[in-house]
Write a protein that binds this ligand. Structure first.
Ligand code: PEP
Ligand code: MN
Length: 307
């Protein structure tokens, strides 16, 4: 890594790659986040009903998702909007895990709720609005559960790294970063998907980075394109909102994919995933060999041409 990145992010040295640490792999159940496998986390914005959650869990699992998302405690823009089922929602998530075998990621919004949410969730999500809530982040870190840290909507990469550093400082190495779009002067979409941040984080940090194309776009039509861009930028996985009937969703329906939409998104990222797997560091030797044989073949062609 170039020396000036160390200067620029000198406050958060443990978030940066070092000679000893090139890539963190977060282990959840039998999964590795930040490893060779691209991990898709999918599910509804909010846990609404047993039927909604189970139908979604079964569908996304069959389509290739490895982790089920769903909010039981919901941070909402309006205080009058649905705030989540709380403990009832956590119980529905636990039931869905039991039935589907999927790991669970769900948001924790307050310090007092950490022990309860940690009892039910495999990964604790720190939402965009909480990214700078240091007392919440410390409590979540100390629960020992892996943390999915979403970038604040007005946070810089340095701000995101400061919150990640705090989790590491509290003895929890299992941090997954998440780019979910930021606020800029552009208002055509809900947020501006900062794809360069994904490429930058991949280059300078050892922490896994996943992309949330749903909150970044705010419109379901754009979600597959942003998902493909995320793969190409080097993301380690996706966090995607899926609902059996998005028109009737209690939150974020306009950006949620229905089941057919999720299937077609998964199909459309397939060629990008194939390319990604060829570029994995574990394929380094294979690539070198191919480059060599390509060069040799070209040299042979040149020799033939010149006689
Ligand atoms: C969510 O994941 O549903 C959510 C509320 O996300 P964010 O914190 O990124 O707005
Ligand atoms: Mn949402």
């Amino acid at each position: 890594m170039r020396e000036d990145w160390h200067d620029r992010f000198s406050e958060t040295p443990d978030v940066l790659k070092s000679v000893q640490r090139q890539q963190t792999v977060v282990r959840v159940l039998d999964l590795e986040i930040g490893g060779d496998e691209f991990i898709t986390m999918a599910g509804p914005c909010s846990v609404e009903t047993e039927f909604q959650l189970m139908a979604t869990a079964n569908h996304v699992r069959r389509a290739g998702a490895r982790i089920l998302r769903g909010g039981a405690f919901k941070p909402r823009s309006s205080p009058y909007a649905f705030q989540g089922h709380g403990l009832e929602g956590l119980k529905m998530l636990a039931h869905a895990r039991q039935e589907s075998g999927l790991a669970i990621v769900t948001e924790v919004m307050s310090e007092e709720d950490v022990p309860l949410v940690a009892e039910y969730a495999d990964i604790l999500q720190i939402g965009s609005r909480s990214m700078e809530n240091y007392s919440l982040i410390e409590a979540a870190a100390r629960s020992g559960r892996p943390i999915l840290l979403k970038r604040g909507m007005v946070a810089t990469v340095a701000d995101l790294f400061r919150s990640a550093q705090l989790i590491l400082d509290n003895g929890n190495p299992n941090v997954i970063l998440c780019e979910r779009g930021i606020r800029t002067f552009e208002t055509a979409l809900r947020n501006t998907f900062d794809v360069a941040a994904i490429a930058l984080i991949k280059q300078i940090s050892h922490l896994p980075i996943i992309a949330d194309p749903s909150h970044a776009a705010g419109h379901r039509d754009l979600v597959p394109a942003l998902a493909r861009i995320a793969v190409a930028a080097g993301a380690d996985g996706l966090l995607v909102e899926v609902h059996p009937n998005p028109e009737k969703a209690w939150s974020d329906g306009e950006q949620s994919l229905d089941f057919a939409g999720f299937d077609s998104m998964m199909d459309s990222i397939e060629p990008y995933l194939a390319l990604r797997s060829l570029l994995m560091p574990s394929k380094e030797a294979w690539r070198r060999e191919r480059t060599l044989s390509y060069r040799e073949a070209s040299a042979e062609r040149v020799m033939e041409a010149v006689g």
